[in-house]
Design a protein around this ligand. Sequence first.
Ligand SMILES: [Zn+2]
Length: 395
Amino acid sequence: MSVKSEVKLEFAEVDSRLIHISERISKDLLYLCPLCKQEVISRKGPQRRHHFAHKPESNCSASEETILHFNAKNYLAYCITAYEMNLEEIIFNIPIGLLDESIQKVIQILGIQYYPLSLYKLKSYYHFSRAKTEQRIGNYVADVLVKCEEYSDEYEYDDEVIDRGYFLFEMRVSHEIGEEKERDLLESGIPFIEAIPEQTERGYTFRVTSMSLYSLLKDSKDQLIRLLSTHFEEELIQVGKNMFNSTVEKELRKTAIERAIENVDDLNLRDYISKEQFASINAIEAKAYMSEVHQTVALQSIRYKTGREDKSYISINEHLYWVRSENILYDVVKKLDKQGYKVELLIGGYSNSSKSKVVGFRFQLPDRYLYGEQLKRIMKAGLMDLLNNVNEEEE
Ligand SMILES: [Zn+2]
């Protein structure tokens, strides 16, 4: 069933006034074809779509495209102005390609090719008040020019009318809107729809080919988001949590580790190590062979003293003496050597002697501050490993 063969005239002129086929037809009045001005008769049978028909002898040259264009724009103007029409049934199908990318994706998921926008929604959103066909606006002649007005309070008698500008419709049947015209329209900021009308059993549907409905679509998008968030709150929170886990948390962990690496140098490790722990970290005990330890005492002084017969001895803490001092020295050197510390022998002697003897030892012991630096290097290396692990984690 082709649309073209369906096209029948739906409007006639009576006393220079256009009436629709659905209106009451009087047998006493003369109805004229609006295109050729010849007489037409109403056909309101039960079988076919109601329409006006030319008489058999008519020579009306209007093509079906011309009639469709005429019908469609006048039908739109008629519906907008007439109060009793059901505007929910007049649908503008917007191909999803014309929509904002994010809305496109949502609608695609639902398997929908067209976003259906009713004339009712357009009328209430833009505050359509009345419509006329073939109206000039600036340099432009609109197929349907709609005046938009809002009443500040519908229930007040003398309420204020707020001017909401214009809306316009272009019916595309045999010609396109034209790039230049479309650009002028877009620049004018006037919301518009250009569409191809298609006749249906009940009226028309319109396939949108171009449009500027920025604020309406933005509001629809916001409504959609609100609606989704209301109905899928739990699910969305879960999705949000998962996203948080995989991206935000990963970033936070990286930042935390990076900060820790930066701050390792500022740590005073002594704050975390007790005196006893620090003392035992590298303590080496040396004592005379076979001797027993009864207690430990801190060293306060160590010095040579001269005793009886001018014999010198070493006094420790003023009242203590060595037990087998050579034995103790032996144990110290041996233990340090065994633990891997470098022990060098100092060879020499007193100036009046030519014999080479061991006059002392050089122990290469680590600086106690170096321990802290080493610990910090170890901590940094460990943290760098953690950071690399986070970076290598699968998305
Ligand atoms: Zn005609």
